[in-house]
Design a protein around this ligand. Sequence first.
Ligand code: HEC
Ligand code: HEC
Ligand code: HEC
Ligand code: HEC
Length: 134
Amino acid sequence: MPCAGWRLRRGQKPVLFHIAAGARIVAGTALVAFVVMLIVLREKSIADAPMLPVNFAHMDHKSVSCIDCHHNFNDSTGLGLCFECHKTDPAIVALIEEQFHDLCRNCHLEKQALAEDGGPTRQCFACHEGDELP
Ligand code: HEC
Ligand code: HEC
Ligand code: HEC
Ligand code: HEC
């Protein structure tokens, strides 16, 4: 005869189910905390790392309007030079690589697609060389 004490009522979950659910919540919270920690560490390491040198010459970009790049001249982000904000402002420092690659490379890629003269798109050192350019 089956032991009545172990029989579950309709809709009732076995004890193990609750333990497993609890473990999932604990594991889930730990995972979220871990991911948050990684994000914070990543931002800090990007902010702390010295900036990669940039090879940029205004002479090569005379066809581009100043405010296409110097967005802060006409939006309300403030004054200053690109990297004074982009390498220090905690709100955006983690985005420096993505934002500048989008700006610089996307335009170069568009020029390439139109078979016009443009700048480098993949060659890291064409942009990240420590040249002093005007
Ligand atoms: C068209 C120019 C261009 C090319 C090509 C380019 N980058 Fe960049 N990259 C930039 C600019 C501009 C920045 C923002 C300024 C800076 O951090 O040096 C940047 C930022 C970065 C950063 C963030 C550095 C920091 O200061 O925190 C990394 C990492 C990086 N690039 C890696 C690469 C690698 C790897 C490649 C090649 C696969 C590459 N870049 C190709 C223009 C370029
Ligand atoms: C294609 C993007 C782009 C365009 C267009 C552009 N700039 Fe810049 N400008 C930059 C970047 C990037 C820097 C930072 C360069 C560096 O740190 O090597 C900069 C730096 C400067 C600086 C500071 C120079 C210094 O190092 O002290 C001035 C001033 C400036 N730009 C003015 C202008 C004016 C005026 C125009 C329009 C005639 C213009 N820029 C067009 C991207 C651009
Ligand atoms: C006074 C601070 C400041 C200066 C100077 C500055 N930026 Fe920014 N930039 C910001 C902030 C803040 C954002 C984010 C704005 C937002 O998301 O509305 C931003 C966003 C951007 C983006 C992303 C735009 C997008 O639509 O996703 C690019 C690219 C960029 N900046 C390039 C530059 C370049 C190139 C220079 C210099 C020529 C420059 N910034 C100067 C503060 C600054
Ligand atoms: C809106 C378009 C546009 C943007 C944005 C732009 N570029 Fe360019 N870039 C050009 C064009 C066009 C040329 C080719 C000029 C020529 O050959 O006369 C060029 C050329 C270059 C060259 C090659 C110069 C040479 O001697 O071959 C470098 C390096 C460069 N860009 C870096 C950058 C960096 C770094 C940024 C971002 C801070 C940037 N560019 C943003 C359009 C752009």
